[in-house]
Design a binder for this molecule. Sequence first.
Ligand code: BGC
Length: 887
Amino acid sequence: MPLTIKETTCEYKRSPLGIDTPHPRLSWKLESEKRGEVQTGYRIQVSAGAEKFDEPLWDSGRVESEASVLVPYAGPELRSRTRYYYRVKAWGRDGTESAWSETAWWEAALLSADEWQANWIGADPAVLDPDDEASPLLRKTFELDGEIASARIYATAAGLYELYLNGERVGEDLMAPGWTSYAKRLQYQTYDVTHSLSQGINALGIALGNGWYKSELAKKNNRYGNRRAALLQLHVLFADGSEQVVVTDPSWKASTGGIRFSEIYHGETFDARLEPAEWRTAEFDDSTWRAATAAEPGTGRLVAQENWPVRVTERLLPVALLRTPAGDTVLDYGQNLVGRVRLRPNVPAGTTIRLRHAEILDRDGNVYYGNLRGARQELVYTASGEAGETYAAAFTFFGFRYVQVEGYPGQDEAGLPFEAFEADVVHSDMPETGRFECSNELINRLNLNIRWGQRGNFLDVPTDCPQRDERLGWTGDAQVFVRTAAFLYQVGPFFAKWLHDLAADQHPDGGVPFVVPNVLQGHSSAAWGDAAVICPWTIYQCYGDKRLLEEQFDSMKAWVEYMRAQGEDEYLWNTGFHFGDWLGLDAKENSYIGATPKDFIATAYYAYSARLVRDAAVALGKAADVRYFGDLYHRVSDAFRREFVTPGGRLAAPTQTAHALALVFGLVEGEVKTRVARELNELVVKNDHHLTTGFVGTPYLCFALSDNGYHDTALKLLMQESYPSWLYPVKQGATTIWEHWDGVKPDGTFWSEHMNSYNHYAYGAIGDWLYRRVVGLDAGDGGTAYRDIRIAPLFGGSDLSFAAATLESPYGTIHSGWRRADDEIALDVALPAGTSATVRLPAADVARILIDGKPADASEDAAVLHAGEGFVELRIGSGRYVLTCPA
Ligand code: BGC
């Protein structure tokens, strides 16, 4: 097979409709059967039509470059509402030329604010008192005369919206326009409606929900405003070149319909009898509807959809019907998930069905609602009795495995028809990128739980949990999980959007809110605020997103400067409020905060973030910042050692978390490092191979052990089945990651009513270590986006007989998997074209390593970088290799 271009994307997406960046970035993946293939040159063409490449708008010409990830468009200035077609070709190592890629496109949305002709409208107060809980409906009919060539809608809302055209739902997005820092940034969506319009009278309809804008959030209603509103602009282009624009304005009509109540935490109440039949169609008589009113929702700059849209990604039927000891009828979906039930009731008109959503059953087998705290999570549905009626909550989501059903006719005698209660799994529709598998089924289930944790909590913003009256963008949680997240799914646009909100909500002194978008008072706890630095740096490393790093750089610096300004010692952070090692098991009785001193954690993160900002400055070529933050990093690390390392060379804080941070953040060196590692190992061994770490220490604990000679201890922690451990919840039947190591105690009782989520991804951060150490699939230091790969599996004792992972990286599919057989371990590695890897294997001498059955030092496709001290390092280019080494 010759060199081919297998996939092109623009701004991470395949043919994105409606982006507003002036220089969209293009990426492509190369495919070649040849080993060691690299790109030596590329050529990009951009044209105004799929057939117009003979007169391109921009032709990069042949560029001698290896770049194939996020290469910016550098042609003439883009025009709004215009589709640009592009194709790419590449040259390989020995000059082979690929064919042109398939043609793909992107479409520019509204590139400047003055292109918005639409006016905000709502239904208040003529139709609805602002406190009326019913959802406003808005509609407008308009006439089109002429052959329609193309049509686009640009739309957004204060609150959430669903859009209809001539009776049909427009697009499949849910929870649009998503959650941003509304007062500063509001996303709008673009829809291609060319084929939904017709000559003559057409009808647009919008349903509005409270959403994050107006729902109760963290105990307060109307965080962003109290009046739901919509903004929409439809551009219709006719075949003769003329254009008609339809916008929201007070000529629209307003009323209310079936949604009587809709809240993020509490759920939805829908009375199908009150939904005006056909209100979305042109034929509907809206003479009794009132005029819509002008609205001023107080939202900020309009930005085109940046994140992956929220969609239904899977459907699940219940797996069992339970009759609980308390006498309740409960559906079990077999999986703790986030989404909604798609009700298909076949019941008489006026029947009210109530669904109450819960994550868990208590010790007696009854549904447990205690951990939801103030969140009601219920759907109350009153049927119209019409044939085929279907309803799925429009403007909310539920975290649940169990649904208690009330009011379904005959449920006590006949049970429930499962197909009437199918569940929609709902989250940001990120492409799946990572797969992990090993010989231990409990660990495989753990890995699945991590994945479900991400699905449940990546619903437009990275949340702590999706069920109780919180569901907020907790910065600390996002920071500890970001690297794992970037293995499992493509999270580039997801974090880009969220980080833009983080910067928007950052305090003038650089302080970082506890949650983003910010709906709380508090800000700037160590390890939480560091999300401002760790997340953009991680996205840059995993995807090569330099523009995001550049955009966030001021925010990153500001956070480090904030830390520097705290307290009286510039290089220690020993003041202020901190969450500490949140939920660490070495906490005092009745405290959530682990034993590691807060100033230890704060100063360690201060040093770490200063170092990452220095590294970012290096990447961005900012020499003065390299010096400044490099120097700051050294001073803070020195201060850390003065304060927290005893003259004898031990850590002043005898906790697992303290030791893990000092090691992983590189704060101890030489003999002190050796001693700290030994003592960490002892702390774990003495605790009978159980961890005590909370949010801060957990992501680093196994790395600290594995990277300092104690991988077997790390593996024992992983394989530990008794409490506290990662596998303890798995043994208890968990299908997601729990907030607490003992969310359910061995005797079946619960941790607490107040803080007991069963879908909290933070401890799922172990996924990162499973990929990077157990499988050993890691990025090298010689580039970003896994252009330089490091394959360094740690086999450990004989606990695992195989482990394998696949990562769909920006350059293509990387695979690494090892399998133990008798006295040999076989390692199967595949690298995409354009990448290369250093493979590190344990072996006394290089002759013991075979590549495709031949001694490594005799292989033409591998260079020996190192042999000795018990390990061998080889350098290989793209392609597939089977290596063997002694077990
Ligand atoms: C959240 C956490 C969060 C924490 C702050 C909790 O209520 O659920 O995950 O990071 O508060 O300590």
